[in-house]
Design a protein around this ligand. Structure first.
Ligand SMILES: NC(=O)c1ccc[n+]([C@@H]2O[C@H](COP(=O)([O-])OP(=O)(O)OC[C@H]3O[C@@H](n4cnc5c(N)ncnc54)[C@H](OP(=O)(O)O)[C@@H]3O)[C@@H](O)[C@H]2O)c1
Length: 247
């Protein structure tokens, strides 16, 4: 792992990140994170596809600005990290525009908050990527593999969700793929995407982002599982939240 120089600024900054990572799970689980979209949306705001496409596009711009000084002469590893993050966010922009069928709006504050969180993550990754891993190694190849599996699995389960909405914008019990075991398999594959990116980058920052996402998505998936049990009286009792048979 590539650690930063432990200056006073970095100690304070990484300490702050650690607090965010440890706090995000309980904050999301108890509904205090202000991520009021989808099943937990409140009130009105932007059309879902507009807000989502916007909040996934801004981090691409921030990443590109952060990497501007080295991108024209970038090494293979620097390009790999940059392109993986761009690919992930661009996929989400395209899915928001052309795949998902949102049943309602996303409010402004949630849109801006999520755009800021993602931009902070992509900006930090772009910044530390100026001092990359010297050369690809075995873990780098594992990272490429996990990233590709993550992207494919994430897309596949988004498609299954979109197919539920062919004739109506209601909520249904999802079927197929890992939906037979967990309510949020798409979140599990999102975690694989970020594990892959962390293995490509190998910077401490990338692992901090990964753990933030693991805690956030696990907590949200537990909330979603509770929501399904409340909404559907016949909901399968053995279905888990995010990790088949475990959580
Ligand atoms: N990195 C992170 O921290 C992070 C966090 C959150 C999301 N994400 C990414 O964004 C992706 C989508 O996340 P999300 O939280 O928006 O997922 P989601 O709440 O499951 O929604 C995805 C889409 O499926 C629809 N949907 C969900 N459940 C449905 C059901 N039971 N029946 C019919 N339609 C249903 C939603 O419609 P409605 O909008 O109408 O509910 C929405 O259009 C994730 O898989 C992940 O890739 C990343």
């Amino acid at each position: 792992m590539i650690f930063p120089e432990w200056t006073t600024f970095n100690l304070v900054f990484y300490g702050f990140c650690l607090i965010l990572v440890l706090g995000i799970g309980p904050v999301e689980y108890f509904g205090m994170s202000m991520m009021n979209y989808s099943k937990f949306r409140k009130g009105t705001g932007l059309p879902g596809w507009v807000g989502m496409a916007f909040l996934y596009f801004v981090p691409i711009v921030v990443l590109t600005i952060a990497g501007w000084s080295y991108l024209l002469n970038a090494t293979f590893v620097q390009w790999a990290v940059y392109l993986a993050v761009v690919l992930h966010f661009m996929k989400r922009v395209l899915e928001s525009l052309f795949l998902h069928r949102y049943s309602g709006p996303i409010d402004w504050s949630t849109t801006v908050l999520i755009a800021c969180v993602y931009s902070l993550a992509s900006g930090m990754l772009g910044f530390v990527n100026r001092e990359p891993l010297p050369a690809p190694d075995l873990w780098f190849s594992v990272g490429v593999f996990l990233f590709v599996v993550g992207v494919a699995g994430n897309f596949y389960h988004h498609k299954l969700l979109a197919d539920l909405r062919k004739n109506s914008l209601e909520y249904f019990i999802p079927k197929g793929g890992l939906f037979e075991y967990v309510v949020c398999p798409h979140y599990l594959f999102e975690i694989l995407i970020w594990l892959g990116i962390a293995l490509l980058s190998r910077h401490l920052v990338a692992f901090i982002i990964l753990f933030f996402i693991v805690f956030y998505l696990s907590a949200r998936a537990l909330r979603v599982l509770k929501w399904y049990h409340e909404k559907f009286k016949d909901f399968p009792k053995d279905r888990k939240a995010i990790l088949p048979f475990v959580l």
